[in-house]
Design a protein. Structure first.
Length: 264
């Protein structure tokens, strides 16, 4: 079975001719999820499909009592966003990445933007023991601190695009699905940009997402206002709490299997 049979992109009525393909999977700080969902809401992107696979965990995502497909696809003006509410296991990252880049070719995407977080410090031990009030207090303290966003690229032209937009992540490794996507793009010489924002372990970090959106605004002229996101930091922290716990557990397993710390 090849990767096209393992991972299926179920999409209809794509209008974009040469879109930017932005990808947000659960990772450190849930940065990709928060950025993707905020762009979907603020730019009023339309739902055009989903990603399905027998490799994905058996789960249904609920919103206001209705079942949502865990990995969804949205479209706007020459912009397509893939967002997932379930962590992608390292075991299936290769298959998902390969299928994603295949699909990017099919829709004539001009480049892929992969968003993830870089752990700077972790206070995930608060999960399961801290109250919602305590977590909200921690979030308020975090919003006062600066989050840097680093850039990586798969081609010289994509790297040049990042100049004066974000500091280049010169040396290190990018773990998980974000790293796998960038590697697959590099192997195929497909233009891709990775935006890595400093974040606080597995705990949701909306402030890190805000800084990524600022870079996206600069790169693509999106003009997305981040004020609403800034006002929602406590709500987002609490709302993404369960998913953050799942990501934290997955990242601990990955580090244990590899025997070395990774970024991403």
């Amino acid at each position: 079975m090849d990767e096209s049979e393992k991972v299926n992109f179920i999409v209809k009525n794509i209008k974009s001719k040469n879109p930017v393909l932005l990808v947000g999977f659960p990772s450190t700080g849930l940065v990709g999820n928060i950025v993707s969902q905020y762009l979907i809401d603020q730019l009023k992107l339309r739902h055009i499909g989903s990603v399905d696979s027998k490799l994905f965990p058996p789960i249904a995502v609920l919103f206001a009592g209705l079942v949502n497909v865990p990995t969804r696809i949205y479209e706007g003006d020459e912009l397509i966003v893939v967002v997932s509410d379930v962590p992608i296991s390292p075991v299936i990252s290769y298959d998902v990445s390969k299928a994603l880049v295949n699909w990017a070719h099919q829709i004539n995407a001009r480049e892929i933007v992969s968003i993830t977080g870089v752990a700077t410090m972790s206070d995930t031990s608060m999960y399961g023991v801290a109250s919602d009030e305590d977590i909200a207090k921690i979030v308020r303290e975090r919003t006062k601190q600066k989050h840097r966003v680093f850039g990586v690229a798969t081609t010289p032209s994509a790297l040049k695009k990042l100049k004066n937009k974000a500091p280049i992540f010169g040396m290190g490794t990018v773990a998980g699905i974000a790293g796998s996507i960038m590697t697959e793009c590099s192997l195929r010489n497909f233009p891709a940009i990775g935006l890595l924002s400093e974040a606080y372990g597995a705990a949701p970090d909306p402030r890190a997402a805000i800084e990524v959106i600022k870079v996206l605004n600069s790169l693509y002229g999106m003009n997305v206002d981040t004020e609403k996101l800034f006002k929602q930091v406590e709500h987002i922290e609490l709302g993404f709490r369960k998913l953050a716990e799942q990501v934290g557990k997955a990242e601990k397993r990955e580090v244990g299997e590899r025997g070395m710390p990774l970024y991403g």
